[in-house]
Design a protein around this ligand. Structure first.
Ligand SMILES: [Ca+2]
Ligand SMILES: [Ca+2]
Ligand SMILES: [Ca+2]
Length: 638
């Protein structure tokens, strides 16, 4: 059997542990095998035994005590003990004494403010109220005394009551890092602790607004804590910080705070850069001119630090507001860019294509048909367009056929056919995908039967054997030997006229009118050389009379130049030559080449009517000779 003296909580009757100490004298005198144990549990005071302690016949140097009790945070203090003695407790006057100077002095043993009960007879509950202790972790000591049924006084060990009722002063030398520097990371906070009875056990901090309660903040605990290594911030902008301390007794007062205005500058958002392209915007995103580029970075919080750009995968370069950026070359350019803010947030690289096409497309026209000569077909003509366009590509080609300017254009898709005798005009132009519009391209050509050369007919009609004197013409009288392949037979000649191989449009010969070696220095009209023949307007078929001609002169200093003169029935119907030649140099040849045609019916002649065609070179040259050729006199189209 052992006697146990227990100290218990008034309000909770809570055991702190199983502390006990054996009292040797009681064992010897009362039961042979016994011990007395004190346990102190108190709602407002948790007492710690002070060892060793020895008094009277009680020996209490062999005591173990439970976990250290905590701190009292309010005064006055009430303490209680629970005492257990196996042989019974009859004492009607338990006493206590206490010290507030760590046991240097004690009060007298007293029962003031002491109440107790014994229930059952071996257990007593003792409570002392209204103890005015001091702020200290070591100075407050209390001891209890009770007598058991044998008359032996039993004294407890000394208990220390730790009292801290005062919240800590504000943290000293509060600082944050980084301080007033923009960052996209976290912050740390540090300070120095003020003196406090129970010591500092934690810190509260709060951003932006003043705390409204003692616990209106984030609590970070730690014995003698002097820093918080990581303070996360999620909202961009400037933040105040408030910090206040909590002591180990749990005292905290947000009014005892320290603060740093605008201490934390947080920016977790990258800047944004917009690109402005200036130029002549065409279609499909293409520009039809040089494009000037402007980059406009903005950052809502910490300002833009740098903007960088890259052209066509070249080197990255820093962009300044004074940077002149432009694209002048045709093609698709790639512009990449991004910005960085003061807090080192980097924008995701943006890439913008810049498409430049300043060159017009060019439409080529291919005519396919039975070709007589350039621009003249005897069959329907197939028209095919091919467009040269190297940058943005061809968008469409438009065309119209034989139109006045008002006729609308048609979009070209496949080759098309133009038919019908006569002159034809095809207008076309192309537009590229950038909207560049080519000027109108016009192609003219003729569709009609091929020229029919008369000699083949004539040779069947008249025997080829020339005669010195033209055979009297029978009706109808055709043009005889119009290509002069047999000299100038059948033609009457005036002046110098010779068959010539120097220039011909058909066969081997033409007629040369005049003499290129002839020189006349004497002034005045120097000659009229030519050929003529009488024949009949055909009774059927074409009535258009035509021939090819060429006129050559060595003299450009003419006021009234030499000329070719066409006469019908002895009257001039056309002159071809130089009039009022105003420029050129002496000795430089001038040449006129062409085809003359005339519709005899249009001139009023009747089919079957006889006419006389004369072609002459009329020489008014005073210094150098002019001479001409004619060839291929014929019926039919020119
Ligand atoms: Ca305190
Ligand atoms: Ca930013
Ligand atoms: Ca183009």
């Amino acid at each position: 059997m052992c006697d146990v003296l227990r100290l218990s909580s008034v309000s909770h009757c809570q055991l702190l542990g199983q502390p006990r100490w054996r009292v040797a004298a009681v064992v010897l005198l009362l039961a042979g095998l016994c011990a007395v144990t004190f346990i102190l549990v108190n709602s407002t005071a948790l007492a710690v035994p002070v060892l060793p302690y020895q008094n009277g016949n009680l020996l209490s140097n062999d005591v173990t005590w439970g976990p250290p009790p905590g701190w009292i945070t309010s005064i006055p203090v009430t303490v209680s003990v629970q005492v257990t003695d196996s042989i019974g407790i009859t004492d009607s006057s338990p006493l206590y004494r206490y010290s507030v100077d760590a046991g240097v002095t004690f009060t007298e043993w007293t029962s003031a403010n002491l109440t107790y009960t014994i229930q059952p007879s071996t257990t007593a509950y003792i409570t002392v109220a209204n103890l005015t202790l001091v702020e200290s972790g070591t100075s407050n000591i209390i001891t209890f005394l009770i007598t058991d049924t044998s008359g032996s006084p039993i004294m407890s060990t000394d208990y220390v009551v730790k009292v801290d009722t005062v919240a800590p002063s504000p943290p000293q030398f509060l600082s944050v890092s980084p301080y007033q520097q923009w960052t996209n990371g976290t912050f740390s906070m540090s300070w120095a602790n003020p003196l406090d009875t129970s010591g500092i056990g934690g810190v509260y901090y709060k951003l932006d607004t003043v705390p409204t309660t003692n616990t209106d903040g984030t609590l970070v605990t730690g014995q003698n804590i002097t820093s918080v290594p990581t303070i996360p911030v999620t909202r961009d902008g400037k933040h105040h910080i408030f910090a206040w301390l909590q002591d180990n007794a749990g005292n905290v007062n947000s009014g005892s705070k320290n603060a740093i205005p605008d201490a934390l500058l947080y920016d977790g958002t990258p800047p944004t850069t917009t690109v402005h392209l200036t130029g002549t915007l065409g279609t499909n995103g293409w520009y039809r001119s040089t494009v000037t580029v402007t980059l406009s970075p903005i950052d809502a919080t910490s300002e833009v630090s740098d903007t960088l750009y890259q052209l066509d995968n070249g080197d990255w370069q820093r962009y300044y507001t004074t940077t002149l950026l432009s694209f002048t070359d045709d093609g698709v350019h790639m512009l990449s860019y991004y910005s960085v803010d003061v807090a080192s947030n980097r924008e995701i690289t943006e890439t913008t294509p810049v498409k430049v096409d300043t060159v017009l497309p060019s439409t080529g026209v291919t005519l396919t048909g039975t070709k007589i000569r350039e621009g003249w077909y005897s069959s329907a003509v197939t028209v095919t367009f091919s467009v040269t366009e190297t940058t943005s590509g061809v968008d469409h080609t438009l065309y119209r056929v034989d139109s006045s300017s008002g006729l609308t254009y048609t979009v070209y898709t496949v080759p098309f056919t133009v038919s019908g005798n006569g002159d034809h005009t095809v207008d076309c132009y192309s537009v590229d995908r950038a909207g560049n519009e080519e000027g109108v391209v016009s192609i003219t050509f003729k569709i009609g039967p091929a020229r029919v050369y008369l000699p083949l007919v004539l040779r069947n009609y008249y025997p080829p054997t020339p005669t010195p004197t033209p055979t009297p013409i029978t009706t109808p009288r055709p043009i005889q030997n119009p290509s002069f392949e047999d000299g100038l037979n059948y033609w009457q000649t005036v002046g110098v006229v010779v068959p010539s191989s120097e220039w011909q449009t058909h066969g081997q010969y033409s007629a040369r009118l005049g003499d290129p070696n002839y020189r006349c220095d004497g002034g005045g009209i120097v000659g009229k050389n030519g050929i003529n023949q009488t024949f009949d307007v055909p009774t059927i078929g074409a009535t258009i009379l035509a021939f090819d001609y060429k006129i050559v002169t060595q003299d450009s200093l003419l006021e009234n130049g030499d000329y070719l003169q066409i006469e019908i029935n002895g009257s001039p119907v056309q002159t071809i030559g130089w009039q009022q030649a105003a420029s050129g140099c002496l000795g430089q040849p001038n040449i006129i080449t062409g085809t003359y045609s005339v519709d005899l019916l249009g001139l009023g002649h009747q089919r079957g009517a006889g006419i006389k065609l004369g072609v002459f070179i009329v020489i008014v040259d005073q210094y150098y000779n002019t001479y001409g050729y004619i060839d291929s006199v014929r019926w039919g189209a020119p």
